[in-house]
Design a protein around this ligand. Structure first.
Ligand SMILES: Cc1cc2nc3c(=O)[nH]c(=O)nc-3n(C[C@H](O)[C@H](O)[C@H](O)COP(=O)(O)OP(=O)(O)OC[C@H]3O[C@@H](n4cnc5c(N)ncnc54)[C@H](O)[C@@H]3O)c2cc1C
Length: 394
């Protein structure tokens, strides 16, 4: 019997757990560990902050869905993973001390490196966790006039929430008849090409239409109670501040010699961690160039599961991950970049699947519990989150 641990109850960990349970017999023990017993669809967090979804619309209970698939769920905070001793150390939770494993899938996502922007913790809002999105929602409702500054760093790894927030804020203020009293500024490190693409033009047009100021090739290094300091040395005063900090690898494997310079775990195309036995890494925690996206997380989880199942059964691990740009997007959100079609241009063909909701998207990749299909019927609320998937075919 193999004792398999999967760490992290996000897109990649849940995809891996489910896929593994389908491939292995019940002789093997599969355990999913995560700090919260809820799966949260992160791409819906901007809408959640603006009050368009409730928490039950964008999340569901993992303990229940995992149980239905004979996967043991353990709630706990992972402090450390020793890939050489094959030991996981808990900081706290339902398990105390350490848990040994035969095989591990590491899916703990990224770490928000808020310390890289001085004053971030004290002064900036963000939408990258449920708690932060709730707090930002309160600040939005209290924002009646003045300047909202929305910025991201060159190492954010996904700027989508910054743009979605700017558009959603503009719409929100307009609905309240307060748009005229507010200035919205996006501070972006993005370099625009000398020849702008259709997507860049679409973005700029949409920003102009909404009267959103766009400062580019600049990032925010420091925040104080009333202003931010930029990489160009300018000071920008604000009344509402939302920043996306740099993303780094999860700290549980820091110093183990398996990560790149930013802490992301080095893997090969089978999703096995380079240089150690019996360990896979998937999702935002894995070292790949470019943005970190939901679909990549799901397909990496599936590849790892397939290869791990082969390893357990002494077969050759054959599945390979192909790094391609796909997005899980909130199709019903008016401000999502899908609806604004920013990604359609001459170079990048947009194949949009007509998925009506989150359920359909993830059925497409065979991950049932991400679909909201739970014991006793379909979870309508997860379905209501309404996601879509597009593929950016080069
Ligand atoms: C606001 C926002 C908008 C986004 N928009 C899009 C979009 O439009 N399109 C798109 O494709 N992608 C989008 N993404 C990115 C996408 O959500 C991520 O790529 C995806 O969630 C990564 O999945 P993951 O499983 O690797 O990591 P995560 O989803 O981060 O999951 C990690 C899991 O591990 C748990 N965990 C972490 N540390 C510990 C610990 N020490 N102990 C125990 N448990 C721990 C967490 O609680 C979580 O359950 C967005 C993300 C955010 C935050």
């Amino acid at each position: 019997m193999a004792n398999i641990l999967i760490l992290g109850g996000g897109f990649s960990g849940v995809a891996a757990a489910e896929s593994l349970a389908k491939q292995l017999t019940s002789d093997h023990q599969i355990t999913l560990v995560s700090r919260s017993s809820r799966f949260v669809a992160h791409p819906s967090l901007v809408d959640f902050a603006f009050g368009k979804h409730g928490i039950d619309d964008i999340s569901h209970d993992l303990r229940e869905t995992m149980h239905d698939r004979r996967i043991r769920f353990v709630q706990g905070e992972i402090a450390r993973v020793d890939p050489y001793e094959r030991l996981v150390t808990f900081a706290h939770g339902e398990v105390r001390g350490q848990m040994p494993y035969d095989y591990l899938i590491f899916a703990l996502g990224g770490r928000l490196a808020t310390e890289r922007i001085t004053g971030f913790y004290e002064h900036a809002h963000h939408t990258l966790t449920v708690e932060a999105a709730l707090k930002f929602g309160e600040a939005i409702r209290g924002f009646k006039e003045g300047r909202a500054v929305i910025g991201y760093s060159p190492e954010t790894r996904l700027a989508v929430p910054a743009y979605e927030t700017a558009f959603a804020l503009s719409r929100f203020l307009e609905d309240r008849g307060e748009r005229g009293r507010a200035q919205i500024t996006i501070v972006s490190p993005e370099r625009m090409g000398a020849e702008s693409t259709a997507s860049e033009r679409a973005l700029r047009n949409a920003l102009n239409e909404q009267n959103i100021e766009f400062l580019r090739e600049v990032s925010i290094n420091r925040a104080t109670a009333k202003s931010v300091l930029t990489s160009l040395g300018d000071r920008i005063d604000y009344d509402l501040l939302m920043l996306l900090p740099p993303l780094r690898g999860a700290s549980a494997v820091r110093g183990m010699g398996i990560t790149d310079q930013d802490g992301f775990i080095r893997v090969d195309e089978t999703m096995r961690v380079r240089g150690v036995e019996g360990m896979y890494a998937v999702g935002d925690c894995a070292s790949f160039p470019g943005p970190k996206l939901g679909h990549m997380a799901v397909s990496q989880g599936e590849v790892a599961a397939s290869n791990l199942a082969a390893e357990v059964e002494a077969r050759e691990p054959k599945a390979q991950y192909e790094h391609e740009m796909m997005l899980a997007l909130d199709q019903e959100a008016q401000d999502s970049i899908l609806n604004k079609q920013f990604w359609v241009d001459g170079k990048v063909g947009l194949r949009k699947a007509g998925f009506p909701g989150l359920a359909t998207v993830f059925q497409n990749v065979n991950v049932d519990s991400l679909t909201g299909t739970v014991a006793g019927g379909r979870d309508q609320s997860a379905r209501a989150a309404g996601h879509s998937m597009i593929s950016l075919a080069g």
